[in-house]
Design a protein around this ligand. Sequence first.
Ligand SMILES: Cc1ncc(COP(=O)(O)O)c(C=O)c1O
Length: 289
Amino acid sequence: MSSVVYLNGEYLPRSEAKLSVDERGFFFGDGVYEVTRAVDGHLFESGRHMKRLARGLRELRLEPSLSLADIEAISLELLQRNDITSGEGTVYLQITRGAAPRTHHFPPAGTPCTVFLSAQRFAVPHDKRATGVAVVTYPDIRWSRCDIKTVNLLAAVMAKQHAVDHGVFEAIFVKDGAITEGSHTNIFGVIDGELRTYPSSNLILPGITRDVVLDVARELGVPINETPFHTHHLPQLQECFLTGTTTDVMPVVSIDGVTVGDGKPGRTSMALYDALATRLYGAIPAGGR
Ligand SMILES: Cc1ncc(COP(=O)(O)O)c(C=O)c1O
């Protein structure tokens, strides 16, 4: 059965949702997106997602007619209409500068933004967390506004395909020797007992899960050092993990074929996962860790 999606004011079967060939998302990747986790019909950290969305809209001078409250309401409505009111789901949102004859500059004033949302079920990758995952490095060939969650994801596409070609979970970007983040995740290392991660800046996406993990690390008293670790630090890594809305905390046990720490999910990584899971579910999920 086709799922129900939201497109420009209408709820309709996914198979009936159609976009113009003049869509600026298609021509230029001229838009932003969000992916929000839903647990038992509730949106996790919706406030933080909406704040990041609002900032992205402002930075790109996108002015959809919907308010953030409208977007939250549509997200919840989609969970209902697709019967995802229990268990795990995600809500995808995309807002572009709309459809207009192709010009690089903005379309005429009054051109409505395209607003699309969908909701889908989501299988949490607990099995991968139990063993940890392998990653490969990839040059960070992206632009200098990685802090905006734009749909222009070509570098991420190339990097993730590189990971797939190597049979591993994720590709991690390297810029001037520093590990910035993954193709769709943020990355943390543990060196000398300190949590290290690339500082929030124009060169990474300010991940919502990254923020929550930093919060719970502070609560647990884990020392935090928001300075990058570099490829030359890899032999010193005691632990490494990825964070993301669909990744949670995912231990990394191998980078470019070299084992991290003792090759098993690390203690700090799993303590942080447990703390994140407690926020997601109110408790550590039975059967999932
Ligand atoms: C480049 C990049 N970094 C980090 C993340 C993780 O962000 P979040 O925790 O908000 O899902 C994503 C998510 O898509 C991403 O694309």
